[in-house]
Design a protein around this ligand. Structure first.
Ligand SMILES: Cc1cc2nc3c(=O)[nH]c(=O)nc-3n(C[C@H](O)[C@H](O)[C@H](O)COP(=O)(O)OP(=O)(O)OC[C@H]3O[C@@H](n4cnc5c(N)ncnc54)[C@H](O)[C@@H]3O)c2cc1C
Length: 465
């Protein structure tokens, strides 16, 4: 197929990673008096552009001085059991202050917020307007420069490589269903993971992926095409392919990101009205992913958060209920069970057993208070207070998918590595498409890594690749 268009660079994806790469490349060219030659391909229609980035609040695991949480690298090593790519993590650490300055330079206002719960010390920075503000400000910078061609409803399908294995372009499918080839010596894969692709989810993460709703509609275009294209030309993979970042959401709403993070401060029961997990084993930001994955994998996507008025006297905790639906309230546990469609006797028994097992001590949501249960299976390690202060309230929950862990292997310069460890000439990847997480995700680092390695890719290409 002869190329219909030719650019120096093609960026695939119009989210945080792709826009950071494109804007950085364009500005670096201009700084050297060169005219940028770049196309940005986006699978979605124009009004849906932005992928996951458009829908995220974009909480950053950054401190007030705009540096990455200093414990991040160690935490990655610990959570991954030594599998994490330390060079990647250290490069991220070095890039985060520059990435946040980059956002500010392009009009994104960063706000510092006091943690809603005192323990939440690692997410202190967020863009005013969330990820949508990132998408719109970086997009505006690209449009203002004028050099980049942005092709919407244009999905990259296949990489073109020369006889020596170097990147030569990409085959895309446009809105008319036809394919065409775009020639380019450098391609940046910034087109997310495979959370929108049920076939790949089933292949890698196992049965029942069809039961996983998307946390936000922008994820539907992330079909894993970038991962498949790169693997087809010999790219190596990394990250845990059978692990997904999921979160518990209110089942009663279609609103995006209707998350309920309050599990440490009550109990969570399954469809049998039984507890199944130690809700108080860690802070909500350290455990929200794991309990959701358990609900998806082993509880048939059915769970109910239950609490009493004890926690409503801590107004800061109410931000942990981010749904547009009111709590389901009742004056007794049996009545609450009936409203939830649970067996009243089973839920009464669960609550009675739980209340009887609560140990003395002061409930304090701001610290790991050690107020636990004894004799249950499973016990609750912290924040165990007896449910005896009606009205009782509940939220029906299921897990929704946010992103996939498995992806491409890159070096710290965002170059995609072949299976022999050598960079594939001209091929870069940034953002969620890069596999770095194993076992658990240190929250608040996804957008940061998208911005950071997008910038790294853009400047590496501008510097000659
Ligand atoms: C509701 C929600 C809340 C979140 N909260 C946080 C948070 O607080 N903090 C945090 O750090 N992270 C958070 N995340 C995760 C974070 O938003 C993402 O990991 C990050 O934005 C990914 O950026 P990206 O540029 O790699 O991918 P995306 O932003 O998803 O962009 C990928 C783009 O590629 C396009 N695309 C896909 N396939 C193709 C193709 N074949 N051809 C052309 N284009 C294609 C897609 O349409 C999309 O626009 C959240 C995510 C969601 C959904």
């Amino acid at each position: 197929m002869a190329a219909s268009e030719t650019y120096d660079v093609v960026v695939i994806g119009h989210g945080a990673a792709g826009l950071s790469a494109a804007v950085t490349y364009v500005e670096a060219c201009r700084a050297e008096g060169r005219t940028p030659s770049i196309a940005v391909l986006e699978a979605s229609p124009e009004d849906e552009r932005g992928g996951a980035t458009r829908w995220t609040t974009a909480r950053f695991r950054a401190l007030e001085d705009l540096t990455l949480d200093p414990f991040f690298v160690g935490r990655m090593q610990e959570l991954s059991g030594g599998l994490a790519d330390v060079d990647y993590c250290r490069r991220l650490e070095a890039e985060v202050p520059k990435s946040l300055a980059f956002l500010q330079d392009h009009g994104v206002e960063l706000v510092h917020y006091g943690p809603p719960v005192a323990m939440r010390v690692t997410h202190e920075v967020t863009p005013n307007g969330g990820g949508a503000s990132i998408v719109e400000h970086l997009h505006a910078a690209l449009v203002a420069d004028g050099a980049a061609d942005i092709h919407y409803q244009t999905a990259a399908e296949r990489l073109v490589v020369g006889d020596d294995g170097a990147i030569a372009g990409v085959v895309v499918r446009g809105p008319d269903g036809r394919t065409r080839e775009i020639a380019a010596a450098a391609v940046v894969l910034a087109c997310g993971g495979f959370e929108g692709n049920r076939e790949m989810l089933t292949r890698y993460a196992g049965p029942n992926a069809v039961d996983l709703p998307l946390l936000a509609p922008g994820l539907k275009h992330n079909q894993g095409a970038g991962i498949r294209m790169a693997m087809a030309v010999g790219a190596a993979t990394s990250g845990q392919f059978d692990m997904l970042h999921t979160e518990l959401v209110d089942i009663r709403t279609d609103r995006a990101d209707a998350v309920i993070y309050a599990h440490p401060y009550g109990i969570v029961v399954n469809g049998d009205g039984e507890r199944f997990w130690d809700e108080g084993q860690g802070t909500f930001e350290d455990t929200f992913e794991q309990i959701a994955f358990e609900v998806y994998k082993h509880q048939g996507q059915q769970a109910y958060f239950i609490a009493d008025q004890t926690i409503t006297s801590y107004p800061g905790l109410m931000v942990l209920f981010d749904t547009d639906q009111p709590a389901i309230e009742a004056s007794s546990i049996a009545e609450l069970a009936m409203l939830l469609g649970l067996d009243p006797e089973a839920l009464e028994q669960t609550v009675a057993d739980y209340n009887a097992a609560v140990q003395p001590g002061e409930f304090d949501p701001n610290v790991l208070d050690g107020k636990c249960t004894e004799g249950l299976s499973p016990d609750k390690t912290n924040w165990a207070y007896p449910l005896q202060n009606p009205p009782y309230f509940a939220y029906p929950l299921k897990a929704a998918i946010c992103f996939t862990y498995g992806g491409l292997r890159t070096d710290a310069d965002a170059r995609v590595l072949a299976e022999n460890g050598a960079p594939i000439p001209g091929l870069y990847a940034a953002g969620e498409i890069v596999g770095v997480f194993y076992h658990a995700y240190p929250a608040g680092t996804s957008v940061l890594r998208s911005l950071s390695f997008g910038r790294v890719a853009g400047s590496h290409i501008a510097a000659g690749g």
